[in-house]
Design a protein around this ligand. Structure first.
Ligand code: PLP
Length: 429
């Protein structure tokens, strides 16, 4: 019996967490290969973060953002700014990635209105995941999450995804097709293009063609469309640079972030917007947006300490080699397996996609629940991996993601890979 509205069937009780390990009731240690939902950057149990939260709780615990600002938040925004590839960035903290994307979409619309342009359409891609609240669920393209809620959604303009494993089109072709779709609905009505720079929870770390992002950025600029990069999963070092935008030298108008930014020590999302947008809506006084807990001082204290640890321990620099080590070990163990279609990703955002047939790359029948069986076997073997059951097209497919803390040791990374490999072999033979 439980009074908790649980999200899993009989989940084990986590009793302590340290570094890359979560210990469950009975004393069994589980390696946090998925960092929860690909959310842990600095590892569990950091006393510095606990101390910063405690100190802030007795300094200014909470002050509403329409009435006050706080030193801790001002300092955090100033130290974050140099890492963000956005001109004159302004930091709008919220309570999670979904809220960050809701904020970004509303800001894009308000920005256009402030400049006298009545644009309201949001373009988002096939195979996207932007969150689970109603607005961003509409932008997401994942059949299992949308099921039942269809009457509430359908306003997003769906444009092609970018998955070089399953799609041979070049980035230039995809950008041209995207522009064509937008022209059909009226490109001067499009407020924003919202996309994950590298596939995430739906497409399992799928990479775009190399020329995709520069072409999309040009298309957005040429047509006055606000470019929102959803870096909730990729931001704060996860792919080996501070933001995935850096891999292509992009300068988006808005970046949204969450997950690794606070590493789980505080429920946090960030809408990082160009000063030009923030100034326009401030002047027009038309962005009546925020939440009770936005700009929370204790969130800023936690997150500032996480940022400090990422910088001090050079964790972004650690991600590249750590990711190469982990992926090389996965390739060693699974690269030739007849049911492994692809091992992919960047930095410490990695995925293994499973296929029924390596020749055709056809997916398994979902009824076989291949992903679920592998996730369970991996947990039993002592490592968490994150499921994707929609990596082919947003509705079918089997993949697992690994996204461990950046601070994981080489021995821990090897053990994560080995436990996943043995679980795959146990399930698929
Ligand atoms: C790319 C992306 N955007 C948004 C979200 C939603 O974030 P949250 O679950 O914090 O609301 C996620 C969560 O997985 C994500 O991966």
């Amino acid at each position: 019996m439980t009074n908790v509205f649980v999200r899993a069937v009989d989940p084990p009780v986590a009793i302590s967490a340290e570094g890359s390990t979560i210990t469950i009731e009975g004393g069994r240690e589980i390696l946090d290969g998925s960092g929860g939902a690909i959310a842990n950057s600095i590892g569990h149990g950091r006393a510095d973060v606990a101390a910063a939260i405690a100190e802030q709780a007795t300094t200014v615990d909470y002050a509403h953002a329409t009435q006050f600002t706080t030193d801790v938040l001002e300092r955090y925004a100033a130290s974050l700014a140099p890492h963000v590839p956005i001109d004159d960035v302004r930091v709008f903290p919220v309570s999670g990635g979904s809220e960050a994307n809701e904020t970004a979409m509303k800001l894009a619309r308000s920005y256009h209105l402030a400049r006298g342009e009545d644009r309201h359409l949001i373009a988002a891609r096939a195979g996207a995941y932007h969150g689970n609240t109603r607005g961003v669920l509409d932008a997401s393209d994942r059949a299992q999450l949308v099921a039942g809620y269809e009457p509430w959604i359908g306003n997003t303009v769906r444009v092609p995804g970018a998955n070089r494993f399953r799609d041979e089109r070049s980035g230039a072709e995809l950008a041209a097709e995207t522009e064509q779709v937008l022209r059909e609905v009226g490109i001067d009505r499009v407020a924003a293009f919202l996309a994950e720079p590298i596939g995430g929870a739906t497409l399992a770390a799928a990479l775009p063609p190399d020329d995709y992002w520069p072409a999309i950025e040009r298309m957005c600029r040429a047509n006055g469309i606000v470019l929102i990069l959803d870096e909730v999963m990729t931001g704060f070092g996860r792919t080996g640079s501070w933001f995935a935008a850096d891999h292509w030298g992009l300068r988006p108008d808005i970046i949204t972030a969450g997950k690794s930014a606070s590493s789980g020590y505080w429920p946090l999302g960030l809408c990082l917007a160009a000063g030009r947008l923030a100034d326009a809506v401030a002047e027009a006084e038309n962005f009546m947006h925020g939440f009770t807990w936005s700009h929370h001082p204790m969130g800023a204290a936690a997150t500032a300490t996480v940022l400090d640890i990422i910088e001090r321990e050079s964790l972004v620099e650690r991600v590249g080699p750590a990711g190469e080590r982990l992926s090389a070990r996965l390739v060693d163990g699974l690269g030739e397996h007849p049911n492994v279609g692809d091992i992919r990703g960047r930095g410490l955002l990695l995925a293994v996609e499973f296929v029924a047939d390596r020749g055709s790359m056809d997916p398994f029948d979902r009824a076989e629940r291949v992903t679920e069986r592998i996730v369970t076997a991996a947990f039993d073997a002592g490592v968490t991996v994150y499921p994707s059951t929609s990596c082919v097209d947003g509705s079918v497919g089997d993949a697992v993601l690994l996204g461990p803390p950046f601070s994981s040791t080489d021995a821990e990374l090897d053990a994560m890979a080995d436990r996943l490999v043995s679980s795959v072999l146990a399930v698929l033979g």
